[in-house]
Design a protein around this ligand. Structure first.
Ligand SMILES: [Zn+2]
Length: 326
């Protein structure tokens, strides 16, 4: 009873007494996760002790998401909000303000060693050519337009090792919200971490079988930097870390030249992106379409990537099948 009273008290403070009525509305803490991959991780740690609402759902693109009134209601009634961070959810601050949410916002990537972005300004490009390579030392703090594009690559979930950090942050946050169930959350986390360790070893073993010369693929946007760094594959894409900007004709022409020059064997479409551009790139280069990679969202339940573990397994198996590993 003590646990429930503590929790209900927190809920009332957070929700400003607008807590939705319902049969068992107060039975489980309400946790909002910003996107589907994170939602699954939160569910793995929270088990059946929490009620998880995911804002950007299956096959959704969080980069360009437009929150709905339903999202604002979910956030207003939440006991805890958990986000990826690293600039992934650009719409989040406005949503939290609009919802009047005053509770905890946990950043799941807190403390993680993020990849820094050396991002190009968006406007340079129709003259098509080689000047791209020389901007590596760009100061990530400033931007000629006076706004931040984000200093870090947000797609940290694409390395299983990073999910250990997500799990630790989620565990700490759930335990703080609901200390009476801390032991159960910790046990759930331990069990999930052992699944993740097995998955990580499985991916390393599979990618290690690929010949070095074939470890280059093209995807729709730069979502696989962490996968590449951890497992040893180079990913190229016609657009950058965010799907907000469209590829210019110059970007696409450059990519096509690169695929031909480097004999890049495969092109992958993504579940969250329009497939037509990459289909065109495949036609013009003779690269095969290796299938669909799940980049920024899980699949629907009846598709092959409905959990984080299934998603990573689907992705590495698609890569090894297209690149000739075992
Ligand atoms: Zn992305």
């Amino acid at each position: 009873m003590l646990r429930r009273r503590t929790f209900l008290g927190a809920a009332l403070v957070v929700a400003g007494l607008t807590f939705a009525p319902g049969a068992n509305a107060a039975d489980h803490p309400k946790v909002v996760a910003s996107f589907s991959i994170l939602g699954d991780i939160v569910k793995q740690v929270g088990g059946n002790l929490i009620e998880v609402t995911t804002l950007v759902g299956a096959n959704g693109d969080a980069h360009v998401y437009q929150p709905t009134p339903t999202d604002a209601r979910s956030v207003a009634g939440a006991d805890l909000v958990i986000v990826n961070g690293l600039g992934f959810e650009g719409w989040l601050d406005r949503l939290i303000a609009a919802a009047g949410y005053k509770g905890e916002v946990t950043v799941a990537t807190g403390g993680l060693e993020a990849i820094k972005i050396d991002e190009e300004p968006e406007h340079d490009d129709d003259h098509g050519s080689e000047e791209h390579a020389d901007h590596a030392e760009k100061d990530e703090h400033d931007d000629e337009h006076g706004h931040h594009h984000g200093e870090f690559d947000p797609h940290a979930w694409q390395s299983v090792a990073n999910i250990r950090i997500y799990v630790a942050n989620v565990l700490a946050s759930l335990t703080k919200m609901d200390p009476a169930n801390g032991e159960t959350y910790a046990a759930n986390a331990r069990s999930y971490l052992s699944d993740l360790d097995a998955l990580d070893a499985e991916i390393h073993a599979a990618i290690d079988t690929l010949p070095e010369s074939r470890r280059k693929v093209v995807t729709s946007h730069d979502a696989f930097g962490y996968f590449g760094r951890e497992y040893g594959i180079t990913f190229l894409a016609p657009v950058g870390m965010s799907t907000e900007s469209e590829a210019s004709a110059g970007d696409v022409a450059k990519l096509i030249r690169q695929i031909k020059a480097e004999h890049i064997p495969a092109v992958f479409v993504e579940n969250i992106s329009d497939k037509r551009l990459l289909q065109q790139v495949a036609r013009e280069t003779g690269a095969v379409i290796g299938g669909t990679l799940y980049s920024d969202a899980l699949s629907e339940q009846d598709e092959p990537a409905s959990t984080y573990v299934k998603m990573m397994r689907h992705n590495y198996r698609s890569l090894t099948a297209a690149l000739g590993g075992s």
